[in-house]
Design a protein around this ligand. Sequence first.
Ligand code: GLV
Length: 389
Amino acid sequence: MPVITTVEDLRKIYQRRTPRMFYDYCESGSWTEQTFRDNVSDFSKLRLRQRVAVDMNNRSTRSTMIGEDVAMPVALAPVGLTGMQSADGEIKAAKAAEAFGVPFTLSTMSICSIEDVAEHTTRPFWMQVYTLKDDDFMRRLFDRAKAANCSAAVITVDLQLMGQRHKDVKNGLSAPPKLTPKSIANMATKVHWGLGMLGTKRRFFGNIVGHAKGVTDPSSLTTWTAEAFDQSLDWDRIRQFRAMWDGKLIIKGILDAEDAKQALNVGADAIIVSNHGGRQLDGAMSSIRMLPMIMDAVGDKIEVHLDSGIRSGQDVLKALALGAKGTYIGRAFVYGLGAMGQEGVTKALEVIHKELDLSMGLCGVQDVNALSRDNLYVPQGFEDPRVLL
Ligand code: GLV
């Protein structure tokens, strides 16, 4: 067993063990991938303020997200095709999250269905919902989430259209993978992955196949999004979805202060500042640089969460210090999953927790909820998108 000390260690193992098509799906941004890169590099422009000789005993990373107790304010983000990264991947990730005490969010585009995940977990998970045209499908999706005891719905509002990720086009991404000489040759080298996949029935989009009407090729993400997603989505339609779900609601995909103000009118419990991990509008700002402006606009009225670019506990610390009440990891947990299944997801959470806990202490902070801008040096112009850093 290799010694794993960072999320990057997990990524390297994941890359070796997972078919190219699914590794590329995870590790891509749209077009030039500028926003995908900025999400990560902008975190490194924030510096931490070291303090010494303050009591660093009894540190706690415990907090709450939308009123739920969390071992640390880091949830697992919804990631499509997680069950293609490792057999039954969503179940494995949800179990790791449950054992660790952090929320798991199931993607609409998951391989394991809502019912599958509910059957294998006891802690209520969160259900991510895309904004589709088909009203019946939407109502049933919310009803299924309710029946599965999901404690929150996460509506993704930044994917009416899908940003192009060149590698997915070139690889012919699909679930299950289409068998071509190239994909067979690559998969043949991923023995552990292949045995896992042979041992499970869950190889299709579990929430879609048999549930969505009029989709001609449900194995293709691009076909499905082009046919089923509602390009005419507006805030009234989002309010209709609010009315279909009477539980906690999180709106995911806000990157602009004006949109954040609109989200307030929907009656959500939280928003997620996000650019979809740099997978949608390439050239958009990083999430972490947009967080301060969004906090100024709505931070006193609604819980603000952040995703996109978090690869370490120090990144979590920085987002919290800038005002986020919670954060999400997507790629960071997928690396762990592809590297070593459920154990790898646990490892990713442990690495991030340790980094958060120790760095917090070295900043002279005992309670994660006490983090503030006082713990950071923020470069001038960081919160102004017109400034090139
Ligand atoms: C889906 O949400 C994706 O980013 O592929």
